[in-house]
Design a binder for this molecule. Structure first.
Ligand SMILES: [Fe+2]
Ligand SMILES: [Fe+2]
Length: 378
């Protein structure tokens, strides 16, 4: 999807229309890590721009001058070019059941001010991922639970980052137990397939790491309580990435030094967020803190080496690197499992525990090379 700022076309996900500068800035900041957002203060100008270059979703305040949100919504719904664009109307209050009547319209939703960051992200995500998430309904209950509850955990993290509120215990426990159940029954492939084309990269990557880490734990004989912990480690190891701007997180080229430092900062942000929520197991926090450490001491943030890096952290690092190499990104297709394993055993030989990698590699090849291809875009 493309839109224009100052006449220059560029890719965008969300058109944000609100005449109130303070509110617009606040919403823009809350979506910074998730989407490319184009802000507009004038709804007439915005309508012209989005007609020319439709975004995936329009978020419009009901008061946006001069047309107002309801008029813009009506014009969007009448416009065949914009028929697939999702619209979220931001309302000052719910009067006369207006929320329900808006939600009955095709690809429409609304949200009443004031709202939590997670609620807006969840509603946008439901619209941008509607085709992906629709397919989840055809899956068996356990796989549906893995996908839905993990998404709930990831969404609740945005409030944890903003407010230090606890990450949902119930969602984390349900996501972890259904994930362990899917892995122990070898029913995880449809979960990996279900992640295809979902636009929340941190979510997709985290669920993949959780599955791979739990699989590795199962293979080396960890007991169920440890597998539950492994699932939680995978789901929460990168939550700090939700503080990094979308442009940096999804940059195709080489990062500048400043951008690289910002990227490395996700570790500290993860630890800060997980500690602040007050209900996260210390092992999960330690994996979030250490999964980028390397055996030869060249990792970050502390440059730990050798025996200072325990077995669980080594397992997490392997699952994380393999997942990062085989993840689909906006700037690269999935790498084949065999190629990823070769890079990890040759170019990264000094970084990664090669004995554990042997077990992990055999496992990946045993369950089929689709691990690397499973999230390839259709
Ligand atoms: Fe990370
Ligand atoms: Fe990661």
């Amino acid at each position: 999807m493309i839109t224009a700022i100052n006449g220059t076309p560029h890719v965008t996900d969300i058109a944000l229309i609100d005449g109130n500068d303070g509110r617009r800035s606040q919403i823009l900041a809350s979506l910074l890590s998730f989407y490319k957002v184009c802000p507009y203060g004038n709804s007439s100008f915005a309508l012209q721009a989005i007609e020319q270059f439709p975004p995936k979703v329009v978020v419009i305040d009901e008061t946006a001058p001069p047309l107002g949100g309801f008029e813009v919504l009506a014009r969007i719904r009448k416009n065949s070019i914009l028929k697939d664009v999702g619209v979220i109307l931001v309302l000052a209050n719910d009067r006369d059941g207006i929320v329900e009547s808006v939600r009955q319209q095709r690809w429409c939703d609304c949200i009443v001010r004031p709202f939590r960051r997670s609620e807006l992200i969840r509603r946008i995500s439901s619209l941008t991922n509607r085709k992906v998430e629709q397919k989840w309904r055809d899956l068996p209950l356990i796989q549906q639970k893995v996908l839905n509850k993990s998404l709930e955990v990831i969404h609740s993290v945005s409030d944890a980052i903003d407010e230090g509120s606890p990450i949902s215990d119930a969602a984390l426990s349900e996501a972890s137990s259904s994930l362990v159940c899917a892995v122990t029954n070898s029913d995880f492939r449809s979960v990996l397939n279900g992640l295809r084309n979902h636009d929340n990269y941190t979510y997709v990557h985290s669920v993949r790491v959780a599955i791979l880490l739990t699989l590795l734990g199962k293979t080396i004989g960890l007991k169920e309580s440890d597998l539950l912990l492994m699932a939680g480690c995978g789901l929460l190891h990168d939550v700090g990435k939700m503080t990094i701007p979308h442009d940096v997180l999804n940059k195709a080229g080489k990062l500048t030094l400043t951008e690289w430092q910002m990227m490395q900062g996700h570790v500290e942000a993860s630890v800060r967020c997980l500690i602040a929520t007050g209900n996260i197991h210390r092992v999960i926090i330690s994996i979030a803190e250490q999964h980028h450490e390397k055996l030869d001491g060249t990792g970050y943030p502390k440059g730990l080496s050798g025996d200072a890096i325990n077995e669980l952290t080594r397992m997490a690092a392997i699952s994380d690197v393999f997942s990062a190499l085989t993840d689909v990104r906006v700037y690269k297709p999935a790498m084949k499992a065999e190629k990823a394993l070769t890079i990890m055993s040759e170019e990264m030989a000094g970084h990664i525990d090669q004995h554990l990698l042997g077990t992990f590699g055999a496992l990946m090849l045993d369950i089929g090379s689709e691990e690397g291809a499973d999230t390839t875009e259709n």
